[in-house]
Design a protein around this ligand. Structure first.
Ligand code: CP
Length: 325
């Protein structure tokens, strides 16, 4: 267990050692247990987290805000559009100034090619930790909650198969941050990771290469497939969600033309039947119901999406308590 994580940024789990992530999991389970028992756990009394949003959120905002209150502190919501961020406050101003007012700065900025760089600039200027609430490349707090959920539902992740598959959605072009973060973290837990997508929805080569290195080091495997049904076959964990074809095109019309070719890539009961009978279905939400995933799968007995959403609270509280105390 690592006992000194104070001041650390959480921008991607890849920058944390496995032992440090094990510590986050340990604390997350302890905080979940304390909340269930009604035991006080005000580790961040008088501490304040700034939460700067460039993009909308339900779960992330609500869970960070609730988490800070439960830890005895406060979270302030800052919307980029209704503050002077829209009129010229730069990443340097945000890091310098919010870093002086607060004990941590959490940011959601998902613009492709911009979000992660913005976070790095804020972190460079800030004296307090920067927590990534999702950027164009990573969604670390989602993936920590996912790991906690997998451990709860499946026990030791080693040797289990997780299928990270693309699915069709029509609402908007979703970031690649979730599949990137999944292949990077789950390969470090000795899992057999299958990444399944149509050819136009490839992920960055640097993440694919890193996932291969992680899998080799931790005695798991990493495979890329383009056959949806084969990818789901015999799996223990089916994580099916949409993401955009950013590496193929950033033109919205071309994105739609490409994406609409794959309307049959839906997570449905027929495909779920190809997984192991006790397989779990995961999705970070929001989902495009009956487009990306059917109601039957999302609300069915294999789905763990609400436990997964709950674990956002516990995993984030662990990161905040460890980095901001
Ligand atoms: N999963 C997730 O990040 O949800 P929100 O976009 O609602 O925060």
């Amino acid at each position: 267990m690592q006992t000194f994580l104070r001041g650390r940024d959480m921008i991607t789990t890849q920058e944390w050692t496995k032992e440090e992530i094990d510590t986050i999991m340990d604390v997350a389970f302890e905080l979940k247990r304390n909340r269930a028992l009604g035991l006080p756990h005000a580790h961040l009394r008088d501490k304040v987290l700034a939460m700067l949003f460039f993009f909308s959120s339900t779960r992330t905002r609500a869970s960070f805000e609730a988490g800070m209150a439960q830890l005895g502190g406060h979270a302030q919501f800052i919307d980029s559009k209704t503050t002077q961020v829209a009129h010229g406050d730069t990443a340097k101003e945000i890091g310098e100034i919010l870093g002086r007012y607060n004990d941590g700065i959490a940011i959601r900025h998902c613009d492709w090619g911009v979000g992660n760089q913005y976070m790095r600039w804020v972190a460079e200027a800030s004296r307090t930790p920067v927590l990534n609430m999702q950027c164009d490349l990573y969604h670390p707090h989602q993936i920590l909650a996912d790991l906690q959920t997998i451990i709860e539902k499946k026990g030791d992740p080693r040797g289990k198969t997780i299928t990270v598959s693309w699915a069709y959605a029509s609402s908007y072009s979703k970031p690649q941050s979730v599949p990137n973060s999944l292949i990077l973290l789950m390969t470090r837990y000795g899992m057999n990771v299958r990444l399944v997508h149509p050819p136009e929805f490839k992920l960055k080569t640097e993440f694919l290469d890193q996932a291969k290195i992680n899998a080799k080091k931790h005695h798991g495997s990493f495979e890329i497939m383009d056959d949806f049904d084969a990818g789901v076959s015999g799996t223990d964990i089916w994580y099916a969600k949409s993401w955009g074809p950013m590496l193929t095109t950033t033109d919205p019309a071309e994105d739609k033309r490409i994406t609409d070719q794959y309307k049959n890539w839906i997570a449905d009961e027929q495909r779920l039947a190809k997984a192991k009978p006790d397989a779990i279905y995961m999705h970070p939400l929001p989902a495009d119901r009956n487009v990306e995933v059917t109601d039957g799968v999302l609300d069915g007995p294999n789905s763990v999406v609400f436990d997964q959403a709950e674990n956002r609270l516990h995993a984030q509280k662990a990161v905040m308590a460890l980095t901001m105390s």
